[in-house]
Design a protein around this ligand. Structure first.
Ligand code: BMA
Length: 316
């Protein structure tokens, strides 16, 4: 079992202006802002940020920036709020992931709807991040950490998600002809007993298309004496058959180290939900929630990341 020389932990560097967004940047009172989805809209970086209100319920709102680093403009009000008529959203909407669906010409936002029934994945489509067409819940609770891919494979849409089955928290992939009915469920990336990602794994940002395959950034959890430790790992899926894992890094590539990641509502958490690859294709901007309190940015060289992952062990 050859280790990939521990290069992974130096792939990402934290942006020096971290955290990039905190509750102080919000135009209205919130407890915390974290776990943003990310995409590009009209040449700007758009973050769809989870904001938790002082009741403990979350909603989503946007923050935009021209360079993805500075001068964020936060929308003056919530943009996707729990709908009082939708029972599954009564305790809030959380942790969005965004992809642009080529066929529909719309952005797909998969987010967690939370209620007494447990967390589950819901889908909303939008063209402009101002109005949303809710498509409802996709699969039963408990389910989180979901993203679509931008297009179909062999005629079917694919969804990565993280149900909890028999107390086990593996990453799964499921398929649908119409974004409504889902089947052909299979485990994609299981937890690894004894490893840093032994207790839970969940998809991080939306899958990233590269010539070598779909780059997957995921979070892995180890339960420790002082609480759950959330770190970040990498995998690579086959480009045409994304249910096939072709590489999985052994080590984590990012972990809580800075004060804003170690001190907050939930200490010891880095939780990426969105990436933007810059126009030149050489910079990977990873946006993450830090300690369930603020939004931070880590940047990696795309060439280094790909060079690293293709040298990781193959999984067949
Ligand atoms: C997970 C999710 C995330 C959160 C993380 C750490 O289960 O609920 O929203 O950031 O726990 O608290």
């Amino acid at each position: 079992m050859a280790l990939n020389t521990h290069r992974g932990i130096s792939l990402f560097r934290r942006y020096e202006g971290n955290p990039i967004l905190t509750p102080k940047n919000w135009p209205y009172p919130v407890n915390s802002v974290f776990n943003p989805g990310a995409t590009e809209v009209d040449g700007e970086t758009l973050l769809l940020v989870r904001a938790e209100d002082p009741r403990g319920f979350s909603h989503l709102t946007t923050a935009r920036s021209w360079d993805g680093r500075t001068n964020w403009i936060v929308e003056p009000k919530p943009i996707l709020e729990p709908d009082p008529n939708i029972q599954e959203e009564q305790w809030g909407v959380e942790d969005p992931r965004i992809v642009f669906l080529e066929e529909e010409g719309k952005y797909a936002v998969t987010y967690v709807s939370f209620s007494q029934g447990g967390p589950l994945i819901s889908l909303a489509l939008t063209e402009d991040f101002r109005t949303f067409e809710r498509r409802g819940s996709l699969l039963p609770p408990e389910d989180k950490d979901a993203s679509l891919f931008p297009r179909r494979f062999e005629g079917r849409y694919a969804l990565i998600h993280r149900p909890i089955i028999r107390g086990e928290a593996h990453i799964w992939i499921s398929f649908s002809p119409d974004l409504k009915y889902w089947g052909e469920h299979r485990v994609l990336l299981p937890v690894r007993a004894g490893w840093w990602d032994c207790h839970k794994v969940g998809l991080g940002p939306q899958p990233i298309e590269t010539p070598e395959g779909w780059l997957i950034i995921y979070h892995g959890v180890r339960a420790t004496a002082s609480g759950d430790l959330y770190r970040v790992g990498l995998a690579l899926l086959d480009l045409d058959k994304p249910w096939k894992v072709i590489r999985r890094a052994q080590e984590w590539v990012f972990s809580p180290k800075e004060n804003y990641e170690l001190i907050g509502d939930v200490p010891g958490v880095v939780f990426p939900c969105g990436v933007v690859v810059n126009k030149e294709g050489n910079e990977l901007m990873m946006y993450y929630g830090a300690a369930d309190t603020s939004v931070a940015l880590a940047i990696a060289d795309m060439g280094d990341v790909m060079d690293y992952i293709i040298r990781c062990p193959s999984i067949s």
